[in-house]
Design a protein around this ligand. Sequence first.
Ligand SMILES: Cc1ncc(COP(=O)(O)O)c(C=O)c1O
Length: 370
Amino acid sequence: MKRVYNFSPGPSALPLPVLEKAAAEMADVNGTGQSVMEMSHRSREFKAIIEKTEALLRELMDIPPAYKVLFLQGGASLQFSMIPLNLAAGEAGSPKKKASYVETGIWAKKAAEEGAKYAEALTRASSRDKAYTYIPAAPGPDPADAYYHITLNNTIVGTKWAALPQTGSVPLAADVSSCILSEPLEVSRFGILYAGAQKNLGPAGTTVVIIREDLIGRAPSWVPALLRYDIHAGEGSMYNTPPCYGIYVIGLVLEWLKALGGVKAMAELNREKADLFYACLENSRLFRSPVEKPFRSLMNIPFVCALEGKEKQAEIEVRFVKEAAAAGLVNLAGHRLVGGMRASIYNAMPLEGVRELIGFMEKFELSNKA
Ligand SMILES: Cc1ncc(COP(=O)(O)O)c(C=O)c1O
């Protein structure tokens, strides 16, 4: 079997023991004689799987009892719509409620654009002036806001909030797609958290939503059933067929994380990986980080060629990504909208993978002396 070090921003590498367990259980899970893919979602066996997955997530994230955990579909992008639809939209003929957004990247901007359809959304701060390479100072909310939305970790540009904004009694809504379970998070600081699974949780197709119970049941009557938190919460994520296999794999990933020592232990490892990689960029004359230091992400680390001249930079960057892939270090190209390079080093990326990449970069630099 050949495995590469996969630095993809999502879908991303999964822990090898998880893939191996899923493979071993593919045709017969827990002695049922069935694959999870073949099982009725209403069966006792699947009920045990979804309950185990939720219980592990609650334990690992220390989710207070007053929060519901939902396993939905539609990706993180559907939450850009569901949050305003459920929390801020008005009944027909009634006004929309207010909501605040902070624009820290391309996903945050998309969330705000979608929010503007169903809420009276206001972008209260933006770091667009410097290509989103920092997190702007966040003004407090309007007390009338139905929620205050942030993107905690910005996957494309590689920034993260160094401290949460103070929103008082206004519920904080956060996209945690690319940082969930990477560091401890105080869930009670948030009204709603959501994450597409395909980075730190499992395969694409499942979206995890963690929502404070008092925020459920606020959607106007015209909001379709499948887009309502009250329907999904009332039916235990089983209003319709949930993404069963994805939920099962998330359960395996959570078991793996628990066995490694949980989120605190993972955060220490993530810090070590990121520190090593940022130190490599600091010491390099060929590569540099475009992100301001206090806001650097632990999960997504963009870097660019530090040499003068756009043509030279482009040539080096394209060649770097190609030669790295040939050396078994894949998916290092930056996002198509920003270019450059990016190493996504989620929980499943071992320290060894980061060391390999650093070693490759040092060799590449030596053979490309300006
Ligand atoms: C921070 C963030 N939000 C939202 C999305 C969109 O997620 P999805 O494709 O699950 O809709 C992504 C995807 O990479 C992301 O990184």
